[in-house]
Design a protein around this ligand. Structure first.
Ligand code: CA
Length: 505
């Protein structure tokens, strides 16, 4: 799907010059009668795309019908540019999405379509409550308005040009949908981003995955509940849903638990149990569950709920690649069955980071040598790993979860490195004078007793360790240039002592 502009142009050129047999008839340039949209850039893009679409084998008649009367919608570009500026804590998302009203409506929909849910579950092997949960999150059981026409939304974004090849690909898929008779050209209601119907499929997914459940020749994911639910189920089945297996289980962990194990590694449930995890249900696991692989997931760090995630969780995540999304769907599904929500309360007091703060954290971690990738303000797996490594280096519980308190600590350390780099006048530790300089600094800040003799012995190593701990570093006892710089900086800001003044005189 993601094809570069260059590749798209090359492909179109190859087709136009008749490189592939069977497209000879399409070498001619078609003349379309497009109404000017009043936007010259859009008109120019449309004229060029029309030729590329015909070269790619799409029907000129469908193309004329779909693109002929189009005008771009500037509000769509604005929405595309203003996405996800604001980041809320995970519990905020969950509390807004998993509400008593939403659950009650889901239970009612499950009952009103009981036979349909049963039949779809039987045919695709996918848990009916999970299907209902996705239906809820995507379009509130099909009740969210879809105010846009997919051709207009996708053409606007293609003409805008930032991801042109991707959106032109979606438009080609829309034309194919109409050519195959799955849907009429005026019936493709979408979100501003071009996601279609009640399951919110992009057009390529619609082509590969949507289902005509009632057999009327249409894949009507806009108005037909059977087509909608079967399409969602088919998507999950195609991505490896395991019939009859659970999605998650909440566990209690022992006090001394090593949170660094929550790093995405899948281990048999029996191993988690051996490490002290026990189900909050109060029951032990059956043998078949003991043998299943699970990841440990701490959505809000060590102080919040702990979940064992089974492989089906990852299948839900394939619908929308977000842990938060999959958790919301899973919690809704559990609630439809009359099950409980999470037992352990969210640690709301630890706060959460805004996107800007997340950017700061990523930059500071990178500077300290804990690589979080290119800073993007998003809390992804690279950032989680970098936070965990930082926590391990300073002896904190390594849950990989960033908080405002952690940000302060990391930024303090990172600023220290900046100041140290600016001080390039420190003597070398390869000389006795350099070691003496370090010892004097350690004496001055109260970490070392005795005199500066220029040799690194046990007392000096212990003093370095104490100093390292005091600035959140791993205690190594090694006399390094960085430690010398940091110790001198600390000594310069420490209150002056008489002994040092005497020596200076
Ligand atoms: Ca149908």
């Amino acid at each position: 799907m993601k094809r570069s502009n260059l590749l798209g142009a090359a492909l179109a050129a190859a087709l136009v010059t008749g490189a592939a047999p069977g497209v000879q008839a399409q070498q001619q340039t078609y003349t379309f009668t497009f109404t000017s949209s009043g936007d010259a850039a859009f008109d120019a893009w449309r004229a060029g795309f029309a030729q590329r679409a015909v070269a790619a084998g799409r029907s000129p008649a469908v193309l004329q019908q779909m693109l002929g009367p189009l005008r771009p919608d500037p509000s769509i570009v604005t929405q595309d540019q203003n996405q996800a500026e604001f980041v809320r804590p995970v519990w905020d998302y969950i509390n807004r999405a998993v509400t008593p009203a939403k659950i009650a409506e889901g239970v009612q929909r499950r009952q009103a379509n009981a036979q349909l849910f049963t039949d779809v579950e039987r045919r695709f092997g996918v848990d009916a409550d999970i299907i209902a949960g996705i239906w809820a999150v995507e379009t509130n059981y099909g009740t969210f308005p879809l105010p846009h026409d997919a051709p207009q939304a996708l053409a606007t974004l293609a003409a805008d040009g930032r991801r042109r090849a991707q959106f032109e690909g979606y438009l080609l898929a829309l034309m194919e949908m109409v050519e195959k008779g799955y849907v009429g050209p005026g019936e493709m209601k979408s979100s501003w981003a071009g996601a279609l119907g009640q399951p919110q499929f992009m057009p390529d997914i619609y082509l590969s995955t949507s289902v005509d459940w009632d057999g009327d020749g249409k894949r009507d994911i806009w108005n037909n509940t059977g087509d909608t639910l079967a399409s969602i189920a088919n998507y999950l089945a195609a991505r490896g849903w395991r019939r009859g297996e659970p999605v998650y289980d909440e566990v209690y962990l022992p006090q001394s638990f090593d949170y660094a194990l929550a790093d995405g590694t899948a281990r048999p449930v029996s191993q988690w149990v051996a490490l002290g995890a026990r189900s909050t249900s109060g029951f032990g696991y059956m043998d078949q569950v003991m043998a299943m692989n699970a990841q440990l997931f701490l959505p809000a760090g060590a102080q919040g709920p702990a979940l064992l995630l089974f492989p089906n969780f990852a299948v839900i995540r394939a619908y929308n690649p977000s842990d938060r999304y999959a958790l919301i769907v899973s919690l809704l599904a559990r609630a439809y069955e009359g099950g409980n929500g999470l037992v352990k309360p969210w640690p709301v007091e630890i706060g959460s980071l805004t996107r800007d703060q997340m950017l700061d954290l990523q930059g500071a971690l990178n500077k300290l040598g804990f690589s979080s990738g290119t800073p993007d303000g998003m809390f992804g797996s690279a950032t989680r790993r970098a936070v965990r490594q930082y926590q391990q280096s300073v002896g904190l519980p390594a849950d990989g979860y960033p908080t405002p308190a952690l940000l302060d600590r990391v930024k303090g350390r990172s600023a220290g490195i900046d100041r140290a780099a600016a001080q390039n006048a420190s003597p070398s530790l390869r000389t006795q004078a350099g070691v003496r300089s370090l010892q004097q600094a350690l004496i001055r800040i109260g970490k070392l007793r005795g005199r500066a003799d220029g040799d690194v012995g046990p007392a000096t190593r212990r003093a370095i360790e104490a100093f390292e701990r005091s600035i959140d570093l791993e205690a190594t006892g090694r006399a390094t240039q960085f430690i010398l710089d940091e110790a001198r900086k600390a000594a310069n800001s420490a209150p002056a002592r008489r002994t040092t003044k005497k020596r200076r005189r």
